[in-house]
Ligand binder design. Structure first.
Ligand code: NAP
Length: 282
């Protein structure tokens, strides 16, 4: 039976480290969160960011804009936040309304306040192994592998999903640590023949029960990124958890795995941004 990777415990540890390191800064780091439109998921998103900031001793600034906000108005707000001395990081909640071009918006956020790591400059830095802000989900998974002393060098690593926010940077980070990496996607033929080779399997497809036990090698490390809504309420990942846990050496639960570490790494990225803005080295 697999060892459960405890994302909540790791997140608490990471946030505690961030809080302790932030105490010596000349001022409190600040995070601006921008939401367009109003729905319960947005509310939860805001609440969680506020709580994380509070836990770490950071300030959070909330901007709620109506659904019909124009792209120009949003860009003006982003420009103001780029200039604001008390703001070290800027988050724009995705997805944006259809009348906005998310590329324009993401590129408008200063690369130095892009704590999500989505700006092309930060994507480029990651791709030449000189990362500044790494997207929080894959960075959190790397923390998990470190925490549980799971070796990567020389291992076969398979990532299912190639999004700019999860799959691609995940592949990049595993490659940086000398894994032999394959990235799969919806056009991949015979997915199981590839996942069965994996010593480390990261699934970020967003398809419930995509990864069944016959697709996993005995003793593999299985990281389930996905958050899929279950019909009767609650959440599940891509992985058929019980059957795969019987074969894997390590596995992440959903919820309680990748999600909490993602949030903790955001706080660490904010700390790094604040250090950079304040001219304080580690
Ligand atoms: P996304 O942009 O929709 O990307 C999904 C990727 O999975 C795409 O590359 C897609 O391939 C691939 N895919 C879809 N169906 C597939 C299949 N049947 N076989 C193989 N590949 C398949 O999603 P995302 O933003 O990367 O997020 C992925 C999942 O992780 C979602 O469930 C999301 O909610 C979750 N997530 C969780 C956290 C967290 O903190 N826990 C953070 C971010 C995301 P194509 O490129 O060919 O379309």
């Amino acid at each position: 039976m697999a060892i459960l990777i405890d994302g909540k415990a790791l997140a608490a540890k990471l946030k505690q480290q961030v809080k302790e390191e932030a105490v010596s800064l000349p001022r409190q780091p600040g995070l601006a969160v921008v939401l367009i439109g109003d729905n319960p998921a947005s509310r939860r998103y805001l609440d969680s960011k506020e709580k994380d900031c509070r836990d770490c001793g950071f300030l959070s600034f909330e901007y709620r804009l109506p659904e019909d906000t124009s792209e120009k108005e949003l860009l003006e707000l982003i420009n103001r936040l780029n200039e604001a001395a008390e703001v070290d990081g800027i988050l724009i909640q995705m997805p944006l309304p259809e009348h906005m071009d998310s590329r324009n918006i993401l590129q408008a956020v200063s690369a130095k306040k892009d704590v999500d790591g989505f700006h092309p400059v930060n994507v480029g830095l990651l791709s030449i192994d000189d990362a500044r802000f790494v997207p929080c989900t894959p960075a959190g998974i790397m923390e998990m592998l470190r925490e549980y002393e799971i070796p990567i060098a020389g291992k076969r690593c398979v990532v299912v999903g190639r999004s700019n926010t999860v799959g691609k940077p995940m592949g990049r980070l595993l490659l940086q640590e000398d894994g032999t990496v394959t990235v799969c996607h919806s056009k991949t033929v015979d997915l199981g023949s590839i996942t069965r080779e994996a010593d480390i399997l990261v699934s970020a497809a967003g398809v419930a029960n995509l990864i069944t036990a016959d697709m996993v090698k005995e003793g593999a490390v299985v990281i389930d990124v996905a958050m899929n809504r279950k019909d009767g309420g609650g959440w599940c990942g891509d992985v058929d958890f019980d059957a795969v846990a019987a074969k894997a050496s390590y596995i992440t639960p959903v919820p309680g795995g990748v999600g909490p570490t993602t949030r903790a790494v955001l706080m660490r990225n904010l700390l790094e941004a604040a250090r950079m803005h304040m001219g304080v080295s580690k």
